[in-house]
Write a protein that binds this ligand. Structure first.
Ligand code: ADP
Ligand code: MG
Length: 339
């Protein structure tokens, strides 16, 4: 009897993992921006060409990487963010899987420049399809710049399935906005094909939302706030008369991470009951801060779905708090610009 099982070489394993993490150019944008946030950057710049098909570049002024780490970061399961399984339940970073850079480098041409504050020189690395092409010392500013070109160059099926530039660019803008909305204390800019699309100076949550969605948004928002043992809720909900036909502006952030939840959405809709015409969709921008050990983020590689310990309690709190805010706004004019 002959044995037929083999361990896959790293570059093949990386390419398979990449299929899960990197669905489209916008996935790269999300991973690189989250890494920049985790690196404590105060300024993050996103540069995109041809909806990410030609170039996705993220430049940050964060902590940078040492020469050793600048190679290690491209290994699978290489992360500085967790060490033990228990750490999964006390996460304070966006990343923890150590898979994004290995995945991206497996299916694209990547150029990384990085320098730590205390070092004289930084390092400049080129890696293509998991193969290191070059690494050289380089005079660089503090922080990290990541350029991704020729995405899916070795997975033609993926590349061919990309949608039009308009559609792919929409996905990219969505990811950019989600990260920017969660971190108003960071200055974000975005350029597409040479023109500036967003320039979001450091501000508060409300002003950040207004800067992203136009000045008119401000008058449409009512603050929501609730502090309990299981959740600290803050954010804004749209006045019912400004509701829309589509679900464009509906956002949940849990511990500053954008998430999707049909269940929590239902709680919000229940609070609006009787206030909306059939099919109308309210805007909401809701931030839930919960103790990290009460959630599980590790149920999907893209981390947009999470599990809560006590979903039912969250539902009830969300519904009653929003109901309360909606009841209040008629009475008192809203001039609250504090958050
Ligand atoms: P994860 O974010 O899950 O740790 P990644 O593959 O995205 O995995 O990144 C691997 C590691 O590379 C990170 O843990 C971090 O130490 C380092 N790293 C990635 N991006 C940056 C960055 N922009 N600045 C500093 N370090 C970074
Ligand atoms: Mg990461």
């Amino acid at each position: 009897m002959s044995s037929i099982i083999q361990l896959l070489p790293d570059h093949v394993a990386n390419q398979i993992a990449a299929g899960e993490v990197v669905q489209r150019p916008a996935s790269v944008v999300k991973e690189l921006m989250e890494n920049a946030v985790d690196a404590k950057a105060t300024n993050i710049k996103l540069i995109v060409k041809d909806a990410g098909k030609s170039l996705i570049q993220v430049i940050d002024n964060g902590v940078g990487m040492s020469i050793t780490d600048s190679r290690l970061c491209f290994e699978r399961h290489a992360t500085s963010k967790i060490r033990h399984a228990e750490d999964l339940f006390s996460l304070h970073t966006k990343g923890f899987r150590g898979e994004a850079l290995a995945s991206i480098a497996a299916i694209a041409h990547v150029e990384m420049k990085t320098k730590q504050d205390q070092e004289e020189l930084g390092t400049h690395i080129i890696i293509e399809g998991s193969k290191f092409v070059s690494q050289e010392p380089s005079v660089l500013p503090k922080g990290t710049s990541f350029s991704v070109k020729n995405l899916f160059f070795n997975i033609p099926a993926r590349r061919n399935f990309l949608k039009s530039d308009t559609v792919e660019q929409r996905y990219i803008v969505d990811e950019f906005q989600r990260v920017a909305m969660a971190h108003p204390n960071i200055h974000f800019t975005m350029y597409h094909n040479g023109s500036e699309m967003f320039n979001l100076p450091v501000s508060n949550f409300r002003q950040r939302i207004v800067n992203i969605f136009s000045g008119k948004t401000n008058e449409k928002l009512v603050p929501a706030k609730e502090e309990t043992e299981i959740v600290n809720l803050h954010g804004f909900i749209g006045k019912p008369e400004f509701s829309k036909k589509n679900r464009g502006e509906q956002f949940f952030f849990v511990n500053n991470r954008f998430i999707k939840s049909g269940y929590l959405h239902h709680a919000v809709m229940a609070a609006y009951e009787g206030l909306l015409s059939t099919g109308a969709q309210p805007s909401y921008f809701l931030y839930l801060d919960v103790p990290p050990h009460t959630i599980d983020i590790n149920i999907h590689p893209t981390k947009t779905e999470i599990k809560f310990d006590d979903e039912h309690a969250l539902y009830a709190i969300l519904r009653s708090s929003i109901k309360h805010s909606l009841g209040q706004f008629n009475v008192a004019p809203i001039l609250d610009f504090d958050r």
